[in-house]
Design a protein around this ligand. Structure first.
Ligand code: SF4
Ligand code: SF4
Length: 422
């Protein structure tokens, strides 16, 4: 795709504003009916999915020029995908989210990005992670666990911890707990001290070529080690491996930890016996839920009927967010004795974003924190004692939002609650 390829969708956008809300048939109250953090925070149409299409069209047609405001519009968005789902469900079969990505690719090629991104992408190029941390520290989270390393032999199942679980001292215990749970269930897996970033965040930041380089590097390392299945506790890595890597030629099976743990409980290999008396609400990470639908290859063309109606031949896959990874984490939580699972109003494909995605936490911390605070308010409205999730970005943002709010709500990864019940 190129920027010009989004022209048909940009032309078709009627500015109806459905994309600012969750799909209307899923609305339960006015308070939690909004779906787009960006337009809600910035309170101007250009900051919605449809508004960004119109902005890109104006640039394509030479009616405006790239400036700091355009960069702000393009990047002050979590790429959460609500607009994409809402437009498809309520309005047209348009690929709004792909258009937002394309807009960013075009701007990044001209180095028109938030200043915070430049050192991050240099870090990725030189150190294989956006934080610029040394490769020697990559597997420190696994010290003392006696796990196999694919550098020293072949392995069919690879546990890919991801950059945040590998390097963030506040989160490392989650990767450690996940590995311990898998070990206890008898899963034969390996890790890699030479693990590199999945590249998913670079893709969201607009650096498509850097994403491709990361994907090709990882796929080469996996092929050399005979890896057939990759398991990850990170929703961003999951989305990259499951949805983006097939376009670079990947055929490996991809599982999020919650999917594998769900399978292990069903197979009787994990027995949850200890009560965890807690009321918990589950937050669907955007990359695992709405955007966690399996990749469907498509190689067709756009046609016009009577010079007007746009059709795709053969029909394009229709990602409406409904087939993401929603049941496995809920089944796992429901299997924990004593744990009561309660739903927030916006859940599954209508979930409100945690605020961390799309490079927003790094470039626009105030907006990121506000978005997380909104989700914490929604969690509090359920009466839950804790928010459980399955993504380090969500966890990090919620931990900060809960601390800022002064509420007593706890934040867990699903696998931590599983470990408590073993
Ligand atoms: S819902 Fe679709 S058609 Fe309506 S404003 Fe949003 S992007 Fe445009
Ligand atoms: S991806 Fe999310 S934050 Fe960005 S425009 Fe769409 S709904 Fe709004």
């Amino acid at each position: 795709m190129a920027l010009q390829d989004i022209r048909p969708d940009a032309m078709r956008c009627t500015r109806c504003s459905y994309c600012k809300w969750i799909p209307f048939d899923l609305v339960k109250s006015w308070r939690f009916s909004k779906g787009c953090p960006s337009v809600d925070f910035n309170n101007f149409h250009s900051y919605s999915g449809g508004g960004r299409l119109v902005t890109a069209l104006s640039l394509m047609d030479g009616r405006s020029e790239v400036n700091d405001r355009v960069v702000d519009i393009a990047f002050k968005c979590q790429l959460c995908g609500n607009c994409d789902v809402a437009c498809k469900v309520c309005r047209y079969d348009m690929w709004v989210l792909d258009s937002l990505h394309e807009f960013r690719f075009w701007l990044a090629e001209q180095d028109q990005v938030p200043a915070a991104y430049r050192p991050m992408i240099e870090n990725l190029r030189q150190k294989h992670n956006l934080g610029g941390r040394p490769q020697a520290d990559r597997a420190k989270w696994a010290e003392g666990l006696d796990l196999k390393d694919i550098a020293k032999g072949k392995a069919e199942v690879l546990f890919h911890a991801g950059c945040r679980y590998s390097y963030n001292p506040r989160l490392q215990h989650v990767a450690r707990t996940a590995a311990q749970v898998l070990t206890k269930a008898g899963v034969d897996f390996a890790v890699s001290a030479e693990e590199h970033c999945c590249g998913g965040k670079a893709y969201d930041m607009g650096y498509k070529k850097d994403f491709q380089a990361a994907a090709e590097g990882n796929l080469k390392a996996w092929a050399a080690a005979g890896v057939k299945t990759v398991v990850t506790p990170c929703a961003t890595c999951y989305h990259a491996f499951k949805r983006l890597y097939p376009e670079v030629g990947s055929e490996v099976e991809v599982l999020h930890t919650v999917e594998l743990v769900d399978r292990l409980i069903r197979d009787g290999k994990l027995k949850l016996v200890k009560p965890v008396p807690m009321k918990v609400t589950y937050h669907d990470p955007c990359h695992l839920g709405r955007q966690g639908e399996p990749y469907v290859p498509w190689d067709g063309e756009e046609k016009k009927i009577y010079g007007q109606a746009v059709v795709y031949d053969p029909p394009r896959p229709r990602y409406i967010g409904a087939y993401g990874v929603y049941d496995p984490p809920r089944e796992v939580l429901a299997a924990i004795p004593g744990l009561e699972l309660v739903e927030m109003e916006r859940n599954r494909e209508a979930a409100w974003c945690c605020g961390a995605g799309g490079g927003v936490r790094e470039a626009y911390p105030e907006f990121s924190a506000w978005t997380a605070g909104e989700r914490v308010e929604e969690a509090k409205a359920t009466g839950a004692d804790a928010i459980a999730t399955a993504c380090p970005g969500c966890e990090q943002n919620f931990i900060d939002a809960v601390a800022a709010d002064g509420t007593k709500m706890k934040v867990f990864d699903v696998v931590e609650l599983v470990a408590q019940a073993l």
